[in-house]
Design a protein around this ligand. Structure first.
Ligand code: ZN
Length: 400
């Protein structure tokens, strides 16, 4: 299959090489960045026999230093340690190979490595360095899109919350998206990452901050992820992996401009309190939030292009997800979750919905939702059985 440099939207500075086997072109990318191979620091997830390609890749770059991230969602203390170790190596560039949290951790390290600013200080608003080390991101899951965004998530377990850094200097210089790297990914992270791509595509499309161009990437991403998700126990073939990797990348393009909204805001407490994998946590509220947004009116619309634009976008999203043009959307999305082996929200009695909402409503992501959402409306939309009840008058979406 062809390896090619993909076109990218104007708001994404990252150069993207895409295709099966693209990872073999890493030395070429480093050369283009003017980085000597022996001065590269690799940041990876845990090495294991299940990832033979990682061993091969590191062997091919024998002279480089390697930092292994010891946990899958590194907290602040772990990142501080990795940052110290990175500074000791004084590399000319960082290559991040792993899932979203490895890429996010490496982005923070590349940003801070040449400065004296620590991770905690950066998260607390310290002035960020003017220049980051060049970073090449090599995602090994298809979902987070972190390889083409200027944000990094840090899971602060001590404070029990998710924190993030956002600056254009966090955009990787280059990304190598090689769908073949996801071949050894177990089913659970594959499903979670695929759902993350789908929800990020949807949210990136309807977000207040989206432009028409970034929203178009979001709609395409949602359709690609929906088509590629491994429903009913199906395994992914090469073409489905390619589609999911591309969908995930396009979702990254969409959120790099639009950002995420209510589903992501609600997902963080679901992950921190109940250990729900990130993508699944985002998907649990997609149906109710989509239906809620369809009730948007000029009075509660936050999107600068107005309620009619939002409704038209929601109609496109419904088509992308294969949902009926009118009527409830949540039951079909719950069926999708079940077909992927995930319990929908209604089948998770342990979840204290009120507590989740209380934590989520203050998130800036809520203000990026196209319809204003407060504690009361959030409680109504997530009330048990809400999806089964008839909603506001069915919308004639074709007219929106
Ligand atoms: Zn996400």
């Amino acid at each position: 299959m062809q390896i090619r440099e993909l076109p990218r939207p104007r708001h994404v500075p990252t150069r993207v090489l895409f295709g099966h086997g693209a990872v073999a072109r890493l030395p070429e990318l480093l050369r283009d960045l003017g980085v000597p191979a022996e001065d590269v620091l690799f940041v990876t997830g845990r090495r294991s026999p299940a990832k033979p390609w990682l061993t091969e890749l590191l062997a091919a770059h024998r002279s480089s230093a390697v930092l292994e991230q010891p946990e899958s969602h590194p907290g602040v203390a772990t990142l501080e340690e990795l940052l110290d170790a990175a500074r000791a190596h004084a590399p000319s560039a960082v290559v991040a190979v792993g899932g979203g949290s490895v890429l996010d951790g490496a982005k923070v390290i590349a940003l801070l490595a040449r400065s004296r600013v620590g991770v905690e200080a950066a998260l607390n608003g310290a002035r960020l360095p003017d220049e980051a080390l060049p970073l090449v991101a090599v995602p090994t899951t298809s979902g987070t899109g972190s390889e083409v965004t200027g944000t990094a998530t840090v899971w602060d377990r001590v404070a029990g919350r998710k924190r993030s850094l956002e600056t254009p200097r966090l955009f990787p210089a280059s990304a190598v998206v090689d769908p073949a790297l996801t071949a050894t990914l177990p089913r659970e992270p594959l499903v979670s990452a695929g759902l993350d791509a789908l929800v990020q595509g949807v949210e990136g499309a309807w977000a207040v901050r989206a432009t028409r161009a970034s929203a178009a990437y979001g709609v395409r991403a949602a359709a690609m992820a929906r088509a590629a998700l491994p429903i009913d126990g199906r395994a992914l073939d090469g073409e489905a992996r390619r589609l999911l990797a591309l969908g995930s990348l396009y979702a990254g393009y969409a959120i790099a401009r639009g950002g995420t909204t209510a589903c992501h805001a609600l997902s963080y407490p679901l992950t921190l309190r109940y250990g729900v994998p990130h993508g699944v946590a985002c998907a649990l509220t997609l149906g109710p939030v989509l239906e809620f947004n369809e009730g948007v009116s000029p009075e509660d619309c936050l999107h600068p292009e107005g309620a009619a634009h939002v409704r038209a976008m929601l109609a496109r999203i419904r088509r992308a997800l294969g949902l009926p043009a009118t009527g409830p959307a949540a039951p079909a999305l719950d069926r999708l979750l079940r077909a992927l082996g995930c319990a929908p929200l209604a089948a998770r009695p342990e979840v204290d919905v009120a507590a989740v909402i209380a934590e989520a409503v203050t998130s800036p992501r809520m203000a990026n939702n196209p319809r204003a959402i407060d504690e009361r409306s959030a409680a109504t939309l997530l009330a048990p059985g809400a999806a089964a009840r008839p909603r506001q008058r069915p919308l004639d979406l074709a007219r929106g």
